[in-house]
Write a protein that binds this ligand. Sequence first.
Ligand code: HEM
Length: 406
Amino acid sequence: MNDTKLTDNPAVPEFWLRKDPDEAFAAMRREKAVHRHDMPVSAWYPEGGKGFWSVVRYEDVAQVSRDQETFTSAFGTEIIDNTVEMARLFGGMLNMSGDEHAHHRAIVNRVLTPRTVEALSDTIRDHARRCIDRVAARGECDFMTDVVGDFPAQIICELLGVPVEARQRLVELTGILLSGYATADVFEALTAIISYAEGLVAQAREQVSESASFLRKLLTAQVDGKHMTDHEIAVFFALLVSAGIETTATSIGQGMYALSLFPEQRRRWQNDYQALAPRAVEEIIRWATPVRNFRRTATRDTEIAGQPVAKGDKVVMWYCSANRDERAFERADDLDFARTEEQHLAFGGGGPHFCLGAVLARKEMIIFFEELFSRLPDIEVAGEPQPVASNFVNGLASLPVRFTPA
Ligand code: HEM
């Protein structure tokens, strides 16, 4: 029943070393809706683990994502097997379900609002300009390390009120957190971030100034008379830094790359930037799908597209495959700002865990590309992109670019 070839198994490095992982998913979609994959010992999972079901078509990913009663997040959302305690520490609300998740989400929704994001607009623009200005005279550089660089990290730090002098260390720790799968270093980085955040939360508790900080608002927000504990807020802080940095950097980097592959789309966008921006950004996020998968666990015997799934089985939703499903999107591999089809699933399949940072991510992208095109209008890709080795994120480690120096 299991796929035996490592190159057919998206859990392992060998799959992502193939030249054509997108084509491999297309072949899986053509063959059947749900596949069985092992989790053998690999560089990413030194202890291996329990096999899982891979859901690869748009409709089924959306269905699994929306049905938390049958497909719960409470046992972890990474492919790897986890204890409930570890899943809690690593993901907080991301790895909760039911009433408990709804309660956390209701509190966060009061604080992380579109208005909060709007209020950050000028700060986002200042950081975008700083990132672009630092390379503008050079004529060529690496887009990921030199231009995008610390942009999304600085924005999350501004949101969370992290003092400037502490940011570099926090970004390093987040890098370690996102770099590995099940290593001791990752655990250490996470505990360091949480204990740092607990210190900030304690300071926020003492805060008396009139304009309450984000953490202070989280401390005081109540739903049904209950609020989040200091530790819960610190875990949420860790979730925000890990969820909000790499994803946005990937969207901008992959966006730059996609625009180089589809120059006609780029021309259209640069000619009518503001009008096309919301559509362009959404299409870039679909095309890039920065987060490739999240996992659920079946709470009862059930089935997905006719495939029986037993209680306790792990079910992995491959957003990268759903977003290229030809059943949902015409010429799904093309970047096309004129699309009018279904909502993409890059922020999740529309269920109760739909990305809480979507408004912020879109805002960061719109402002960043606006500043980029106005300062370096002829910036172009000048070499092959270097992907990040991962089955989880679609990041770029490097993307050479050149431009007329400004
Ligand atoms: C383009 C950028 C981004 C992408 C593609 C992305 C993707 C996702 C996805 C797929 C989920 C669903 C998880 C699930 O269903 O299990 C999610 C949840 C989440 N995201 Fe994002 N994300 C992005 C940016 C951000 C940013 C900037 C933040 C922080 C401000 C953020 C914070 C969160 C949080 C807190 C959750 C958990 C929500 C919950 O469990 O209820 N994300 N994201």
